[in-house]
Write a protein that binds this ligand. Structure first.
Ligand code: GLP
Length: 241
């Protein structure tokens, strides 16, 4: 695991460099997309490069990590809509080439299985962008998640719902209780993992991720087993290393 400690702006440039190098080498690359605030500066940087340097997403595929269950199709916090706004539309990425688990499916387990198949049929994810929750979750794999898990329905912890209430008028009761998420096994199958974390509130999770024993209690620790994982953190998030 490679750990880089730098100011947030530099971390975003490093992550964007990795995405750009991949896309220039392989225009039809498969990117794994994360929501949350951690990747936003990366998406800004990619949008800038698309605009100014002609970085093209026209032939790329994208797969999202997770999705809330039950949010209306036009809800701004539905992750599919968040990804469209934060990255896809800004880089003119054809909508049909960006997929996410279907949190509105009538048969949710079938939607999860179909999502795994879609990722496999695309040849797997080349580069997966990740954030980390304060409790060490990646995607929505909460503490206790099987390290071998695949895309499935999960119940969100109270902590995650409180953390994400800021996107729902600060009202935890408006945060959905369930989600569909790629499993830790799904994420581990990506060829390169790039995790971003900034701020002191992430310090304990980053400490566990890098230095803790591999444990389902801190799901991100599974990344220690990945052959190509890059952890990009600022001074505050690295303060417990
Ligand atoms: C959310 C997302 C995760 C994200 C994490 C951290 O719950 N499902 O994919 O990494 O929380 O969010 P943030 O980057 O806003 O701190």
């Amino acid at each position: 695991m490679e750990v880089v400690i730098a100011p947030a702006e530099e971390l975003a440039v490093l992550a964007a460099d990795a995405v750009e190098a991949l896309l220039r080498r392989r225009p039809q690359a498969v990117l794994g997309l994360a929501t949350g605030s951690s990747p936003l500066k990366v998406y800004d940087e990619l949008a800038r490069r698309h605009e100014q340097d002609g970085l093209s997403f026209a032939d790329a595929r994208g797969f999202m990590l997770d999705e809330y269950v039950g949010l209306a199709a036009d809800h701004p916090e539905r992750y599919r809509n968040v990804i469209a706004t934060e990255i896809a539309e800004r880089v003119d990425w054809p909508a049909e080439q960006v997929a996410g688990p279907d949190g509105l499916a009538a048969d949710l387990p079938a939607a999860c299985a179909a999502y795994e198949t879609a990722i496999a049929d695309a040849g797997g994810v080349d580069l997966q962008i990740l954030g980390i929750g304060t409790d060490g979750h990646i995607a929505f794999n909460e503490p206790g998640s099987s390290l071998a898990s695949r895309t499935r329905i999960k119940t969100l912890t109270r902590q995650t719902r409180v953390d994400n209430a800021r996107f729902f008028d600060g009202d935890v009761d408006k945060v959905p209780t369930h989600c569909l998420t790629q499993g830790l096994g799904t994420i581990m199958a990506a060829r390169h993992l790039v995790l971003l974390a900034t701020g002191r509130h992430k310090a304990e999770a980053v400490h566990q991720l890098v230095e803790g024993p591999i444990s389902a209690l801190w799901p991100a620790t599974v990344m220690q087993m990945h052959p190509h994982a890059t952890v990009l953190v600022d001074e505050a998030a690295a303060s417990r290393l």
